[in-house]
Design a protein around this ligand. Structure first.
Ligand code: 5GP
Ligand code: ZN
Length: 149
């Protein structure tokens, strides 16, 4: 299903993509779900047990490269999977994140979380330096959203 030997435009050949190799069954993975367009498998280095990745079977480096229909399928399935993973591993809740700093084949993380797993506040946060600054940033984003394309 992936795009074979083509370069993905981000300097990584799909031949060298670890997730394309998993799709092609060239390297093993603990697959939990598969259909024609998406694949879900356990992360090899889980944050907590049951940490699952969902990927499109075609190689797209980033979320902005993935067709909306495929994204809809990935997130739609993620919604179903979250409650199933929660039951399967007795988690308090399941977090969904998109990180993408390591593997440039688009994927989402479903991370089972416990209220006492020590990961609360894992993301360092900061304050806006002023309300004006916050308004300015909001305005910049609203302006971009008004642009076509
Ligand atoms: P990210 O690109 O979102 O920062 O992280 C990529 C994720 O893929 C990491 O959590 C990493 O543990 C996982 N990963 C990297 N290589 C493999 C692999 O060969 N098999 C599996 N199952 N997961 C992998
Ligand atoms: Zn790939």
């Amino acid at each position: 299903m992936n795009k074979g030997k083509n370069s993905n435009g981000a300097g990584v050949s799909t031949e060298d993509c670890i997730f394309c190799k998993i799709i092609d069954k060239k390297i093993p993975a603990e697959i939990v779900y598969e259909n024609d367009t998406i694949l879900a498998f356990l992360d090899i280095n889980p944050v907590n047990e049951g940490h699952t990745l969902i990927i499109p079977k075609d190689h797209y480096p980033q979320m902005t490269d993935v067709p909306s229909e495929t994204l809809g399928e990935i997130f739609g399935y993620a919604k179903e999977m979250m409650s199933k993973i929660k039951e399967a591993v007795n988690a308090d809740f399941v977090a969904l994140t998109v990180v993408g700093t390591d593997v440039s084949h688009f994927h989402i993380h479903l991370v089972p979380r416990m209220n006492n797993d020590g990961l609360a506040g894992f993301w360092p946060t900061k304050k806006y330096e002023s309300d004006e600054k916050k308004k300015e940033v909001g305005e910049k984003i609203r302006r971009q959203l008004e642009k076509k394309g």
